[in-house]
Design a protein around this ligand. Structure first.
Ligand SMILES: Nc1ncnc2c1ncn2[C@@H]1O[C@H](COP(=O)(O)OP(=O)(O)O)[C@@H](O)[C@H]1O
Ligand SMILES: [Mg+2]
Length: 146
């Protein structure tokens, strides 16, 4: 039914729902090996401020975050090997919603698959902040997994 999509972006933050989103996107990709899959993870390193300076990044923390992203993506890469399709993993740094939308535009994907919620734990919200942003700003359909 959805096989006319040719390039799919999965927004992946390691949350259970993003894992489900990856499964869903892989199930779609299995229908046609011409479908390309791009798995995007955005890190949002916190800024540590010290006296008299502004916007100094805590390098140790940044390195820790980068390492944990590498670990997450290693699992994803392992999973993606199941597919004969063209796949890739992408790590971006900054505002997740904005970067997911920008990247979707850049690669001209025709579908974004993501979870309704992520890692924040605000379970009372139906849509998390990132999914809310992406649904509003994306230029292609957004498949929200819940
Ligand atoms: N940093 C991120 N990088 C990639 N995808 C993300 C990121 N944060 C969230 N997502 C995607 O957005 C979905 C919803 O998460 P989000 O809107 O951030 O909810 P919450 O506010 O509960 O954290 C996730 O399941 C995931 O698919
Ligand atoms: Mg989140």
């Amino acid at each position: 039914m959805l096989t006319f999509y040719s390039r799919i972006l999965v927004a992946y933050d390691g949350s259970d729902l993003s894992k489900k989103a990856l499964e869903m996107a892989m199930a779609l990709a299995k229908q046609d090996e011409k479908i390309e899959l791009s798995v995007v993870t955005v890190t949002n390193p916190p800024v540590a401020t010290s006296i008299g300076t502004y916007g100094i990044y805590n390098q140790e923390l940044i390195n820790e975050i980068r390492e944990s992203v590498e670990k997450i993506l290693q699992e994803v890469k392992e999973k993606l090997k199941e597919l004969p399709n063209k796949t890739k993993t992408v790590v971006l740094e900054g505002n997740p919603g904005r970067l997911i939308v920008d990247h979707a535009n850049q690669i001209s994907c025709d579908l974004i698959v993501m979870g309704s919620r992520g890692l924040s734990g605000l379970k009372e919200l139906f849509l998390g902040s990132t999914s809310h942003y992406v649904v509003q700003r994306a230029n292609c359909p957004v498949f929200i997994v819940k």
